[in-house]
Design a protein around this ligand. Structure first.
Ligand code: UD1
Length: 422
């Protein structure tokens, strides 16, 4: 296993191009199961998670290859309907093959994904929606067995205790595109990645309206054809790099960014005193003056993204004042608190809140990454800290940030990998 070493204290400066969105590309790749035709997906980041989804597509009967940022998916043999535990257990997003398999084959056997360190992460909303389309569902030996004679459109309310669900909306939408009649999803997730999936499905011949709003209408069609699509830029990678500029008091020009997708983050940064220059597809983030603490509450889109909470906490830990950070999507997503405190931060957790008292500076320390965004938080903390930080279990970072070390190096960071002693 590798660990990442960062010699902190360098102001990051320069230009960087943001990669395609992980959370858009995973369901879009799954959606290629809805057709026997070839599909070409462009702007695909080279990540552990995209490699896993490609493996799953192959195990389900597709040819799929990532070359020069594009994946061509074509039919190799008849689609298999079983998504194996070994693959699904390594990545929760694999569960979104359930909808397309069911839409195309009217049956699917998909391993339950299980929980992870950020919380229990149930799939009840996925199953509720799929059931409402006329599917029989049983759970057997850790697998969801789904079978339908035909799928019938339905009115489905998909809100849960924590609001809408991104992948449940994706799953139901992907099954409903080949159902008979009209499906209306109420309390649908509005995330840009859901919109991107809907746009791809429309290119394949699906009839979808209202994506990007809480009510999505899907008029089922008989079959879908192949399509070519370029995925949207990764708003979480962009947000992480924006914070890298601020926490190191640097100056970064981000290219391939959709400013429209970053509203809640930009608003909070402006409230805390930061300013930036935006164009249609770039953001220039330059640290100009001392910022002050702001409170954050994570919410479904267009609220502040839970996937930026840990990184924002790193920034607030060195910003004067008290910041109250409230996590409303995954109330236990605070594994990074103890690690930041090892670097000298003053953070106290109180249930779904973290109270952060901004200090002058962090000091480098050995820390451990627990999940993808917690890793990004520790990278930011390490970049700002005095001295050397070594982050173990860095494989989490490879799940969601393409070439992150190279990108940071280009910006002037002193960062390298070392083999972890067993
Ligand atoms: C997606 C993102 C993930 C992000 C999350 C929330 C992908 C591949 N992953 O995950 O990076 O952190 O959205 O923005 O797109 N819930 C239920 N029942 C369900 C499903 C979800 O109660 O059946 C709960 C979850 O436990 C959580 C909340 O709903 O509290 C939102 O989760 P959800 O939007 O489903 O997350 P994912 O789609 O898994």
């Amino acid at each position: 296993m590798d660990k990442l070493i960062i010699e902190g204290g360098v102001s990051l400066k320069g230009e960087v191009t943001v990669s395609g969105a992980k959370n858009a590309v995973l369901p879009i790749l799954a959606a290629t199961l809805l057709t026997d035709d070839a599909c070409i997906i462009k702007g695909v980041p080279q990540l552990r998670d995209t490699a896993t989804m490609i493996k799953i597509l192959r195990s389900l009967g597709k040819n799929a290859e990532l070359e020069n940022g594009a994946v061509t998916v074509s039919m190799q043999r008849n689609t298999n309907y079983v998504a194996d535990y070994k693959l699904v257990s390594t990545m929760r997003a694999s569960f979104c093959v359930l909808g397309p398999l069911l839409g195309k084959l009217k049956r699917a056997k998909v391993s339950l994904p299980g929980g992870c360190v950020i919380g229990v992460r149930p799939v009840d909303l996925h199953l509720k929606g799929i059931k409402a389309l006329g599917t029989d569902i049983t759970i057997e030996s850790g697998y969801v067995l789904a079978k339908a004679n035909k799928l019938k459109g339905s009115n489905i309310y998909l809100g849960g205790v924590y609001g809408s669900s991104v992948l449940a909306t994706d799953n139901v939408m992907m099954a409903a595109v080949l159902a008979e009649g009209l499906t209306v999803i109420e309390s649908a997730a509005c995330e840009p990645e859901v919109v991107d999936l809907a746009e791809f499905l429309i290119k394949m011949g699906a009839k979808i309206k209202g994506h990007g709003t809480p009510i999505i209408e899907i008029e089922g069609v008989k079959h879908l054809h192949g399509a070519t699509h370029t995925v949207i830029p990764d708003r979480i990678e962009a947000g992480t790099l924006m914070l890298a500029a601020l926490i190191t008091r640097g100056d970064i020009l981000l290219k391939n960014v959709s400013y429209r997708h970053l509203g809640a983050l930009v608003d909070k940064l402006e409230e805390s005193g930061a300013s930036m220059t935006k164009t249609d597809n770039s953001i220039h983030m330059r640290y100009k003056k001392q910022m002050h603490a702001v409170n954050i509450t994570t919410l479904p889109y267009p609220g502040f993204p839970t996937d930026m909470q840990a990184q924002m906490m790193a920034l607030m830990s060195v910003t004067p004042g008290i910041s109250v950070i409230t996590e409303k999507i995954y109330p236990d997503r605070f594994m990074h608190v103890a690690e930041l405190n090892r670097m000298g931060a003053h953070i106290q957790r109180e249930g779904p809140h973290a109270i952060v008292e901004g200090i002058k500076g962090l000091s480098g320390a050995p820390v451990m990454a627990s999940d993808l965004r917690a890793s990004a938080c520790l990278v930011l903390a390490g970049l700002a800290a005095k001295g050397k930080t070594s982050i173990s279990r860095i494989y989490h970072l490879e799940r969601g940030y393409e070439n992150i070390e190279e990108k940071l190096e280009v910006l002037g960071a002193k960062v390298w990998r070392e083999r972890e002693k067993e």
